[in-house]
Write a new protein. Sequence first.
Length: 382
Amino acid sequence: MVDHYRINIADIVIGEPLPWDVYDESKRLLLGKGHVIATERQFDELTERALFIDSSAAAGLANRKCENHSAKQALPSALRLLNSANKRLERLLYNLTNDQDARGKVLDIARSIAEAVDINPDIALGCVLLNQQAHRYTIRHCLDTAVLTAIVARGMKKGDDETLVMMAAALTMNVGMLRQHDELQERSEPLSDRELENIRQHPQQAANILLQCGIDDPTWLSYVLLHHENDDGSGYPLGKGVGEISTNAKIIALADRYCAAVSNRRYRKPLLPQSALRDVFLGAGKPRDPTLAAYFIREIGNYPPGTFVRLQNGEIGVVTRKGKSATTPVVHALIGPRGAPLAFPIQRDTGKDLYAIREPLSGEQGALRFSLQQLWGDEAAL
């Protein structure tokens, strides 16, 4: 053999026969065609080797990848839908009063987000934590809130039409202070009394703007108007109390607070998801709606998708989906026990003692470089 071509470890599948001979860097045969990698341990050992195949095998592999790529291009991507929805939402909200079909366009964006949740709710939820740098906070926060609102509403078995209106309200809840919101991201000094009053009035301002745009659905408007009210009467702008705030408005409000808490802001670091849940439902030491708290905890979990974690064996990875319990999600390891990056993400069952979660990590502590497609495949392709 004259030429050898390096392959990616991801080209090898546990439990399937090798379609070619595999060599090491010195062109010594490591594994013969038809050999089956049967265990994770064998697989892990290969990640430390440089693997090669001969030129004729490489040609077949290239053709197969080309065919697979063409087929995958037609597959829907939750990430692509969410990124597109964000761009459309940004164009729409900053020019909302000039749009004659504002209602229809907001609902279309909400449907796109719902489709992304349908494709893979773990990716949609993971984007709240992992896709923060892709878009400006002001718009992305509304989209994140709509995602979490949809996931919780579906967990509560709410109908599609009802959920869609809740999502539309989440997307438009801050239209009364968009530009001020942008400015606040750059600020470090305390807010003036006037700025604080503008913040307190933004739900009412948002409802007024929506009315001007022809969005007169009273349910939609009520969700926007009430998304900062609290059962104890401490909210704004109306100081509503128990019995005056609908359950759906509370869902949007809690999703809003959670997504804000886990987001990186210029003036503060994000909370870890578990701390954010505690902060949202035990704010100022006052417990909020225990029924809704149970739904949020069930749908988000102690370690939601996108959470960085360190495992008992020392590996560092990212939670990619729920496990058998709230404390045993599925994790894809990206950093090995000795601190070296793995050649590709390796799935770990945190229900096993060796791979149990030792601690959650902040994004800075994780310090990992990866694409969402590496974790979730083509449903997270750009």
